[in-house]
Write a protein of this length. Sequence first.
Length: 310
Amino acid sequence: MNGKQFGVVLIGVVIVLATLGAASLVASPADDSIELKVVTSFYPLAYLAERIGGENVTVSTLIPYNMEVHSWYPSASDILQADMADVFIYNGAGLEPWIENEIIPIIDDNPKIILETTAEINLEEGHEDDHHDHGGLDPHTWISPFLARKQAEAIYLAFVEADGANASYYGQRWANLDSLLQEMDDRYLDRLASTQFHTIFVTHTAYNYLAERYGFEQEGVLGISANEQPSPSTIADLADRMVDEGIYTLFLDPVFSDDYIQTLKSEVEDRTLISVDVLKLYLMTGPAESMDYIEQMEANLENLVQGLGG
Ligand SMILES: [Zn+2]
């Protein structure tokens, strides 16, 4: 969609919103027992919102599960859906730049809480060789249990603000999730503390927050925004590094294409005649292989331990 087409869509959205606003003036008064309407940008935030909100919230998600998040763009109906929210939750840090550019200016008029879950997090720059054009921050916070816990806490506080009558309900559920994520962080710290290898080779360099906290490095075929093409020299350089370091493991999110990983795998195997393992490292942008967000986080730890020789 180009700017002009989007402008036309926006005018339509604004008219619909104005009509909805007028209708709500004559609708019945608010009912205290009504659930909080929560709209999230993508799956991990919806998962956390459901864990904390339980029966008091209805949660929906704009970006379909397991879509490539960086290149997604909202439609007019997505903007309408966001505007219906009591609490609108997004990742931020440049993951969904269209939220700040296209959605918030429109939905800001109607009362709601708008939560950027990474607002209080110390964000890292993306790597310089990655073509990331949204301020250069690394947005992949949710992959780390340590940072996911902070995002979840922000969601909990937003629910208490939006629905103070149920604060103790949210408080109990948050306490459970809080200890689960802290325990997960402890296990990552413990099991990755002394590994044989210290580099993971991946498709999309989305694992920097994991790498920083748990003491390894990532090297990727694709940059931080995952929507570019690798050059043959990138593949050759990565193959050099794998052979130099004696690492014969690649990591891949099975939800996404494995063409580049297969190219790199063949390159290393052709040179060394040593077979290269491909292990799963989930980006957790949707349920995958019957696993939810937390289960994928657990699977990631097992595979990291295996791949790094823990
Ligand atoms: Zn990404």
